[in-house]
Design a protein around this ligand. Structure first.
Ligand SMILES: Cc1ncc(COP(=O)(O)O)c(C=O)c1O
Length: 386
């Protein structure tokens, strides 16, 4: 408490909020957006869309980029363009955002779940082969939180069983697997540009691929399946309005110009937390793995796993009192009420993913985080244990 004149002001009421996510739009964003406004190209057509698609796909090392309204829309289209049909099975991790599972279910197909690797938090690739049946058509390789999933064993399985790999690289702009960019491994790969990503367009997403026929199909699906060359308003297929606007693409282009700075910032946030949160290990925490044989962590978010749920609750409440934002980890797909209603995953258990979901949370890790804020976060966590 602090005495100020006649009033007693709570110290906590004066603390500045540290949001779990913070972005930076300090390059050409305003200039490009103004250009959209001045030129009148503000909707789902315009040269920023093409420029962003070309430059982003080149950055990832793919032939085609198809910009869409968000990362979930990108997955919806990817699943359809990969010709996943009703009754097909698609393998995904149980520990993920719901988007990949929803895309599969919406296509009438069946998500088949796999537990997580306890160290990398990605899908445990050693458990995938046992899940393959005659109905399996694809694997969605989801990269989680900053370390890529181990792609090589998945690519081998895909070859052996003639499966398609859809790569969900939503969180992975700028990250590589064995020196090759994430997003370059799937027959179709997808990204999100939500405000917490290394490149943001506010809301937005991108599909990347190499096959011209797949690219053409994706473009058609994002635009209500209008026939690109056919008569206007005659449709032969179910499509969606998943178009990205020229203004979003303008933001994206400006963000792409600064991606190396964003990657450096993420690495330095990760390094700072690794050094300053080391003490958490004595309290039974797990910190994110900094490197594997195939990648260095890009720390899209800096997640920690408490020793149990109570411990997590206590520290998250403490951080909240000091206005420090946190987010719980993903909640597993086999425990989602919406899928229980559909009688999916009855009785299935995935102990590693369940522990991550219950005990994991991430702390402020946005690109806009200042050095002072990093210090406040670590100090507040240290104070809790002293
Ligand atoms: C792994 C993964 N896939 C898909 C998405 C969905 O992206 P969006 O929020 O843009 O729909 C996200 C969002 O963060 C994600 O983390």
């Amino acid at each position: 408490m602090q005495i100020h004149g006649e009033y007693v002001i709570s110290y906590k009421s004066m603390i500045k909020q540290i949001p779990v996510n913070s972005f930076q739009l300090n390059g050409n964003e305003k200039k490009y957006i103004n250009d959209c406004i001045d030129s009148g190209w503000i909707s789902g057509e315009g040269h920023y869309i093409e420029k962003f698609e070309n430059q982003f796909s080149q950055y990832v090392g793919r032939n085609f980029g198809i910009a869409v309204s968000n990362g979930s829309a990108a997955l919806d289209i990817a699943v359809l363009a990969a010709q996943i049909e009703p009754g097909d099975e698609v393998i995904i991790p149980t520990f993920t955002i719901i988007s990949p599972a929803l895309s599969i279910v919406k296509a009438g197909a069946i998500p088949v779940l796999v537990d997580s690797d306890p160290i990398t938090w990605n899908m445990d690739v050693t458990q995938v082969e046992a899940k393959i049946t005659s109905k399996t058509k694809a694997i969605i390789a989801v990269h989680i939180y900053g370390l890529p999933i181990n792609m090589e064993p998945l690519l081998q399985l895909a070859k052996k069983y003639n499966l398609k790999i859809i790569e969900d690289a939503a969180e992975m702009q700028g990250q590589s697997y064995n020196e090759k960019k994430c997003g370059s491994f799937g027959v179709i790969s997808t990204f999100s540009f939500y405000a917490n990503k290394l490149i943001t367009t506010g809301e937005g997403g991108m599909i990347v691929c190499d096959d011209p026929a797949i690219a053409k199909h994706c473009k058609k699906l994002r635009n209500l399946a209008f026939e690109p060359e056919g008569p206007r308003f005659i449709h032969y297929e179910i499509g969606y309005n998943y178009r990205m606007t020229n203004m979003q693409a303008a933001l994206g282009l400006a963000q792409l110009e600064q991606v190396n700075t964003s990657i450096t910032k993420k690495h330095s946030i990760g390094k700072y937390y690794n050094q300053n949160l080391h003490f958490l290990l004595q309290h039974g925490y797990q910190l994110p793995l900094s490197t594997t044989t195939y990648a260095a962590n890009i720390y899209w978010v800096y997640g920690v796993v408490a020793r149990d749920e109570q411990e997590k609750q206590k520290i998250v409440t403490h951080l909240k009192e000091y206005k420090i934002g946190t987010r719980p980890f993903f909640w597993c797909m086999h425990e989602q009420p919406v899928f229980k209603k559909l009688n999916l995953f009855d009785g299935q258990q995935f102990p590693v993913a369940e522990k991550l979901a219950r005990c994991g949370f991430y702390i402020p890790s946005g690109i806009g985080l200042t050095d002072d804020e990093l210090e406040v976060v670590t100090k507040t966590m240290r104070d809790f244990y002293e």
